[in-house]
Write a protein of this length. Structure first.
Length: 117
């Protein structure tokens, strides 16, 4: 899967969808440790960006994104369109991050099909 062929748009410019392979997703559930919560609480007293939580959220998004790409690779996709993120608090302190999109096989404007891997 070429990362430059993943988009939140409905189509890839200069590419033609040859086959829709279905929805792909990656999901992860994350929590912050007791120490992390303590440090985050201290940071929140001073306001601004709570970096310890920002890092946790970014790690969760990266993991969900990579799992989605792995799912698309399994189907033989070379692109993903309509990619989205969603997050839900499962319970206090536990957050689910979901990354999903439509796995497709595309060709470029010349009709060449970019490789899967």
């Amino acid at each position: 899967m070429q990362r430059n062929l993943i988009t939140s748009a409905l189509e890839l410019p200069e590419h033609r969808v040859l086959k829709n392979l279905g929805i792909v997703r990656g999901i992860t559930v994350r929590s912050r440790s007791v120490v992390g919560n303590f440090l985050g609480g201290i940071q929140s007293l001073f306001g601004g960006n709570i970096t310890i939580y920002t890092q946790l959220c970014e790690q969760a998004r990266i993991e969900a994104f990579n799992l989605m790409c792995r799912d698309a690779d399994r189907l033989g996709a070379n692109a993903i369109i309509c990619m989205r993120y969603d997050a839900t608090e499962v319970m206090p302190g536990l957050t689910e991050v979901l990354c999903y999109g439509t796995a497709v096989r595309v060709s470029d404007a010349s009709g060449a099909v970019p490789p899967v891997a």
